[in-house]
Ligand binder design. Structure first.
Ligand code: SF4
Length: 277
């Protein structure tokens, strides 16, 4: 079997930065809190939990510094943290911060703010706060058709697909006199999506590694399914079944932005060991 890892796969800049900030903070303290899981990867969250990074769901009863994860938080969360006098480490990804700034700018300039993304994703929930909860979150061309306004300003959740964003923007352009578009889809996502697509085209089977709760991993899975008929989304090598590889020659591996490289290595080696049997 030929096993190929996608050119761009695994931890992105923002996740790597957040993990490094957590590591640095834990050198000096026994315990810190992360406001929600540090990344959408259960294995990494568990590993860090053991090291002293506790997942916090609410700001009550905090007795250690808080790490704001790469997805960011809405402005009122900063207000609450400051009011309570809690120390915090801000690991919001700079690309997410940029999208938050654009949401605020569009809102202040009286655009009807449209956020392309998943309304339940923490990054999108935070973006909404920067447009004072007056933005509309959409996730399809159908939903874009319903937005009619003189001035529309649009941003995207950083992990959305470039093609789908372009289709939504094309639709919005029919309904507005003025349309301002900030393409806030981050480079890392685009690169992972492109390399996953290229690899899926030449593979008989694709393995997508990443948390089931990771939006960008799920998106890689969807993209791979368009170009390859055997695609499996796994979190660890333990889920792999040897029978998947019967009559398979070319295997491709890709991984979401919250998947550590050690997990990619483990999956690679496990598939290699199946091939050797
Ligand atoms: S996917 Fe992009 S925007 Fe999101 S954390 Fe990673 S680098 Fe930042």
């Amino acid at each position: 079997m030929n096993i190929t890892i996608a050119e761009n796969a695994g931890f992105c800049y923002g996740v790597m930065r957040a993990i490094k900030m957590a590591d640095d903070a834990m050198k000096h303290r026994k315990k810190i809190y992360s406001l929600g899981p540090i990344i959408h990867n259960p294995q990494v969250v568990e590993e860090y939990e053991k090291k002293g990074l506790k997942v916090l769901e609410s700001l009550d009863d905090v007795d250690a510094p808080i790490l704001i994860r790469s997805h960011g938080v809405p402005p009122e969360t900063y207000d609450k943290i400051e009011k309570k006098g809690i120390d915090f480490i801000d690991a919001t990804c700079p690309f997410v911060k940029e999208a938050q700034d654009y949401a605020k700018e569009l809102y202040l300039k009286n655009y009807t703010v449209v956020i392309f993304g998943d309304k339940n994703h923490p990054e999108v929930k935070a973006h909404l706060g920067y447009a004072d909860y007056e933005a509309v979150v959409i996730n399809s061309v159908e939903e874009a058709k319903k937005i009619i306004s003189e001035k529309i300003g649009v941003i995207s959740q950083t992990t959305q697909s470039v093609e789908r964003f372009a289709a939504v923007v094309a639709e919005l352009s029919k309904n507005a006199k003025e349309l301002k578009v900030y393409n806030t889809i981050c480079d890392a996502t685009e690169k992972r999506q492109k390399s996953a697509m290229q690899l899926a085209k030449k593979s008989d089977l694709m393995i997508v590694i990443g948390g089931r709760n990771s939006a960008n991993t799920r998106k890689l899975y969807e993209i791979c399914r368009q170009f390859c008929s055997n695609v499996y989304h796994i979190e660890t090598e333990e889920e792999i079944e040897a029978k998947w590889f019967d009559n398979i020659r070319n295997v491709g591996i890709t991984a979401g932005a919250s998947t550590p490289s050690y997990m990619i290595d483990r999956v690679y080696k496990y598939i290699e060991s199946i091939d050797e049997k």
